[in-house]
Design a protein around this ligand. Structure first.
Ligand SMILES: Cc1ncc(COP(=O)(O)O)c(C=O)c1O
Length: 300
């Protein structure tokens, strides 16, 4: 095997939220908090990063960038970046999108906060399938808009969407945005093409904005394939797709994500209001480029 998935890596004292920050984040407590187990005996499955080392190709790319010695203000000027990412999308999901739709954000979370603010007025509502990733709710709370819960049906360990309920909730004229998690965190469901088509039908019927958070799109097993919502809604303008290599390549701390915005007006608005003024981390660009260029040797 080319990669060592058995190496045990000590993450303590690396400022990792996972190890050094769990007391504060989960228990709102400090070192005085006593558990029945030593800290390093916990199986830490609470935050979405993993214990595997980052692939050597990615680490080498970061080192190569460090060797350029200066880490000044950085934006995306490398025209090959889009080509490499697009090739990944084409190979993995049989999906492409025009170059101009690609924008960047330090993360999907900050993008969600900004997009909800852009797309939903204070007396309007956002719809999502629940249980949901917590920051879907936080983004709505931050913006003082209501989040409508479309409870997933749960039978024999399998989650499915209640489409009649979704249609009924989407018909509320105050509902303006569907926050879709595709694949779905926390259920782990990879929505089928049929399910995505039904979602698309409802979105189009009520002319909703839709943000498809596809950050987990490369963590698929058992011959499953990820289908971007954009592939089943090729012409729908009010679609935003969020993707990153951060989860699948275990580099969430590099703070880098793709926000693919079809609508030109919203895209311009999103970029103009970007609080980081579009600045990017030079090491994150190097890492993502290496991941998409060299990170897929396995047969797909
Ligand atoms: C569905 C989903 N979206 C977004 C994020 C976080 O995204 P980012 O680190 O790019 O802000 C997570 C992290 O767990 C997630 O599960």
């Amino acid at each position: 095997m080319k990669y060592n998935f058995d190496e045990i890596i000590d993450r303590q004292h690396t400022n990792a939220l996972n190890t050094d920050g769990f007391r504060g984040y989960i228990f709102h407590a400090g070192p005085e908090k006593k558990f029945n187990y030593a800290d390093d005996e916990f199986v830490r499955m609470w935050v979405a990063d993993m214990e595997f080392g980052v692939a050597p190709e990615i680490l080498d790319a970061i080192r190569h960038r460090l060797d350029k010695k200066i880490l000044g203000y950085t934006l995306m000027y490398d025209p090959t970046y889009y080509d490499i990412f697009l090739n990944w999308c084409k190979t993995r999901y049989d999906w492409t999108f025009p170059r101009e739709e690609l924008t960047f954000s330090p993360g999907v979370i900050p993008a969600l906060y900004q997009l909800v603010e852009d797309l939903v007025a204070k007396d309007e509502k956002v719809l999502t399938m629940t249980p949901a990733y917590g920051f879907f709710l936080h983004a709505c709370e931050y913006n003082n808009v209501e989040l409508v819960h479309n409870d997933l049906k749960h039978e024999n360990g399998h989650f499915t969407i209640d489409f009649d309920l979704l249609d009924q909730q989407a018909s509320d004229p105050k509902v303006k945005l569907l926050l879709l998690c595709n694949p779905h965190n926390p259920s782990g469901r990879i929505w089928t093409v049929e399910e995505l088509k039904k979602i698309a039908e409802i979105v189009e019927k009520y002319d909703l904005w839709v943000i498809s958070d596809e950050i987990h799109c490369d963590i698929v097993r058992c011959n499953n394939r990820h289908t971007p919502l954009g592939k089943v809604m090729p012409d729908y303008k009010k679609l935003v797709t969020c993707m990153s290599a951060s989860k699948s390549f275990n580099m969430a701390g590099l703070m880098f994500s793709h926000i693919i915005i079809r609508d030109a007006e919203e895209r311009a608005h999103f970029i103009a209001r970007d609080k980081t003024i579009g600045d990017l981390n030079p090491l994150s660009i190097a890492a993502h480029k290496a991941a998409y260029e060299q990170g897929g040797p396995q047969h797909i």
